[in-house]
Design a protein around this ligand. Structure first.
Ligand code: ATP
Ligand code: MG
Length: 423
């Protein structure tokens, strides 16, 4: 055995119990929120054939070009990838199980995603998303519903200071016209393009608009606008989404430069952004992807979805001074003596029957050291049992936040504890 200490893979984090409490609370809120809109849970594998992501996300995207954990299964030679996002897997599953056969689907999933990026605050190599996909819906109503859903979640979580950025990417023909004009435009400014942009000039010129290189901002700002190419139908769709948002008082900003990093989007795209997390300010992003189902081999079906970055959302909540989640333990049972020990485990079991969360002291020691452990456990009260108490089926109860220690019969114990929990 080597004595090099073993560490987690860089950019892949342990979530320790103190923080996991916040995750559990968040997951509860999110589940209630999703079920409030009729979304149903789906769980896909963490590993998929590499070809799925290449086909769905696009060969010339940051994700496929440089961020995927791809490998060959040494046992059978299959080309596999740790999922970098959920939409491709979700659509694959929906098609494989013929789920669009007779009804549209509202689906959600959550879990880890993997991207080989440079780790920094808000950017990790294993991170978590909650993803929402509505498949088989063509109209602007579902686009608006998903954006309204997000606004509700921010209210449920107490998140303020996030703004909604909105854009439309139009349909295939308009995008093709725009693409041709973009290539012509950037060809005229070849000397200003950086290496990334030159490489993408013919493969993915739309992505050049997303560049943060200051030297290119001027030619980007003056580049041909997709908005000028849009067909009436796409424009009306976009207007209809906006009309619903206005009716519901959802503020938004139209950002013509919002193009998203994945190839499958068309029409409505959006991002929720905060300025409070530094450069990694996008907490939620999504859009319409009407072409993807067909691209993955299904009968054409329109669709719309989004994903939130859980680490970034939780960082925002912590920055806001999240109220502490409720204690995880109600009762710590302290006991000393042979008879007391037997009685104590009966008491603990009966409290659990009454839905209380009980830690039974294990490992011996005097009352004083056991009480210290009770304190450290975060329990709301201690139940204290000595042999004399055990002999008469009674226990002592001490509120850990201060207050009288009282002696009660076993029959009145749950009520006594519940009163302390309520106070
Ligand atoms: P970014 O522009 O920040 O790289 P993206 O466009 O690559 O984001 P999406 O693929 O749209 O991100 O994923 C949706 C959300 O998942 C993002 O808005 C973000 O909150 C979160 N996310 C994406 N990549 C990471 C990462 N490496 N670490 C943590 N969260 C991430
Ligand atoms: Mg990215």
């Amino acid at each position: 055995m080597s004595n090099v200490s073993l560490q987690a893979v860089r950019g892949m984090n342990d979530i320790l119990p103190e923080e996991a409490g916040l995750w559990l609370w968040f997951e509860d809120v999110v589940r209630d929120w999703l079920h409030g809109y009729g979304y149903r849970n789906i769980r896909m594998p963490l590993v998929e054939p590499t070809s799925l992501f290449k086909r769905a996300i696009g060969e010339v995207t940051d994700i496929v070009e440089k961020e995927m954990y791809s490998f060959e299964d040494s046992l059978n030679g299959d080309q596999l990838t740790l999922r970098p996002e959920g939409t491709a897997s979700c659509v694959r599953a929906v098609l494989q199980h013929n789920m669009l056969y007779n009804a549209p689907q509202r689906l959600y999933y959550s879990g880890p995603m993997f991207r080989h990026e440079r780790p920094q605050k808000g950017r990790y190599r294993q991170f978590h998303q909650v993803g929402v996909e509505a498949l088989g819906f063509a109209g602007p109503d579902i686009d608006a519903e998903q954006i309204l859903m997000c606004a509700r979640l921010w209210r449920m979580l107490g998140i303020r200071d996030v703004t909604l950025q909105l854009n439309t990417l139009g349909d295939a023909a308009a995008r093709q016209r725009h693409r041709d004009k973009l290539i012509a435009w950037f060809e005229q400014h070849k000397e200003t393009l950086d290496a990334d942009a030159s490489r993408r000039l013919y493969s993915n010129p739309l992505r050049i608009l997303d560049s943060k290189n200051p030297a290119m901002q001027e030619i980007i700002a003056a580049a041909p606008k997709l908005m000028d190419e849009l067909e009436d139908e796409a424009l009306q769709h976009f207007e209809a989404v906006q009309a619903v948002l206005k009716r519901h008082g959802i503020a938004y900003e139209i950002n013509p430069r919002l193009v998203r990093g994945l190839d499958y989007y068309n029409r409505t795209v959006f991002e929720w952004v905060t300025t409070r997390l530094g450069a990694q300010g996008t907490i939620c992003a999504g859009g319409r992807y009407d072409g993807l189902v067909e691209q993955i081999g299904g009968k054409p079906a329109p669709a719309m979805g989004f994903a939130m970055g859980v680490e970034r959302l939780l960082a925002l909540l912590q920055d806001d001074g999240m109220p502490l989640p409720r204690p995880e333990v109600d009762v710590y049972v302290v006991h000393q003596g042979e008879l007391a020990c037997q009685f104590a485990s009966r008491v603990a079991e009966s409290l659990r029957d009454d839905k209380l969360r009980v830690v039974m002291h294990c490992g011996g020691g005097g009352f004083k050291s056991q009480m210290k452990k009770a304190d450290a456990s975060g329990a709301v009260c201690a139940v204290i049992i000595g042999d004399d108490e055990a002999q008469v089926n009674e226990v002592s109860v001490k509120p850990m936040q201060g207050g009288e220690q009282v002696r009660v019969a076993l029959s009145g114990l749950t009520e006594c504890i519940n009163n302390i929990l309520k106070s």
